[in-house]
Every structure is written in structure tokens, then in C-alpha cells.
Ligand binder design. Structure first.
Ligand code: ZN
Length: 193
């Protein structure tokens, strides 16, 4: 992982993978290390994600760090202070494609931008804007969970209840991590009727 660059420019790091793969945990770990290094850190999460805590990014393992709720990617740009050195963003998949331009602008301003988010939705489709962020990022970490069916490394998010919504927020018991072989997209699809 890139910890430091030799010039003043910023950069973009993306942490991506399925649910339960430790994305938020890794994001929080990096932000904590930046704070220990006396960097000025700000972190953000979308207002759609109110699980556990409104003022913190919280991992499934109960790690947490203070964060601000924002309703759009542009709000992150507006809320980022000039002297902020590190910007953390959780649940990147809930933002629109403006997040790509926002991340690039923050990096050009010299900030280290760390974004965590789901790489695929419950059907195994790339989850915008994460694929676009992977293209522009200097550093990418793919986190893997453990398949709840067979114990293999898991890269898919299996939805266990039928719904036509792309994301069922705040219902982590409606999902489990699965490997490619055990993943069944039909299970999470509402029947046509
Ligand atoms: Zn499996």
C-alpha cells in the first residue's frame, strides 16, 4: 500500500469487495494511522447509510471513526477544509458518478483520498461509481470475505431475501458472503408477477 509520495500531489486509494469483507475496517485502520501521524483527517458517508451510528463510520466488527453525513459527492468537496490532508469516504457505491470528479479534485489539491465501497451489487454486476474509481485510483485493495456456504474466499454478496431494490439498507442479516461457485443471483430477485 502507498503510504507516502515524494511530491506534494495527492492520490486516490480504493478499498473494495463484497459485504463482510472488512472494507470499513480497513478504511478506519488507515484513517486512524493517518491521525496517529498527525495528519488532518475528515471522513464522510452518504446520508442513506444510517446503520449503527449517524456520526461515525462503523465496521461490522464495531470499529468506528467520526464522520460527517453528506447527501451528494459535491457536498464532500464543499465540506473538505483547505488544510485537510486525508479524506475518507465510506459506502462509495451509494454516491453518483460525481464522486469520480470529486475524488480527482481532492487529489489534485494534494489530499490523500481513501474510498471504501462495494464492487458488485447483489446480482454480481459492477456497482457504479466504484468501477470508475478503480480506473482513476493510484492504489486498489480488493478485500475478500469468507463464503458462508463452503468456507472459500468470497467475493460476492448473496442476498437472501427477494427484493427489486438494488440495496436493502440496514438489513445485513439479509445478506451473506459467497464465493463464485456458491453465489446464486436468482435467490435475491423478486419474482415477476
Ligand atoms: Zn462457496
Amino acid at each position: 500500500m502507498v503510504e507516502r509520495h515524494s511530491n506534494d500531489s495527492g492520490w486516490i486509494e480504493v478499498i473494495t469487495g463484497s459485504m463482510f469483507s472488512g472494507k470499513s475496517e480497513e478504511l478506519i485502520r488507515r484513517l486512524r494511522r493517518a491521525k496517529i501521524a498527525k495528519r488532518k483527517v475528515q471522513s464522510f458517508k452518504p446520508a442513506i447509510d444510517l446503520r449503527f451510528s449517524e456520526e461515525h463510520i462503523v465496521s461490522h466488527s464495531e470499529m468506528r471513526i467520526e464522520s460527517q453525513l453528506v447527501r451528494s459527492a459535491i457536498e464532500i468537496l464543499e465540506a473538505s477544509a483547505t488544510d485537510t490532508e486525508v479524506v475518507g469516504i465510506d459506502e462509495g457505491q451509494f454516491f453518483d458518478s460525481d464522486l469520480v470528479g470529486v475524488a480527482n479534485q481532492l487529489a489534485v489539491q494534494g489530499k490523500r483520498v481513501i474510498i471504501a465501497g462495494l464492487d458488485m451489487d447483489y446480482l454480481g454486476r459492477p456497482f457504479e461509481p466504484m468501477p470508475l474509481l478503480l480506473a482513476v485510483a493510484e492504489d486498489i485493495t480488493k478485500t475478500r470475505a469468507i463464503c458462508m456456504q463452503c468456507g472459500s474466499p468470497a467475493t460476492y454478496t448473496q442476498r437472501l431475501i427477494a427484493s427489486r431494490e438494488r440495496v436493502v439498507v440496514g438489513a445485513s442479516d439479509a445478506y451473506e458472503a459467497r464465493c463464485r461457485a456458491c453465489f446464486d443471483p436468482n435467490l435475491g430477485q423478486a419474482n415477476e408477477s
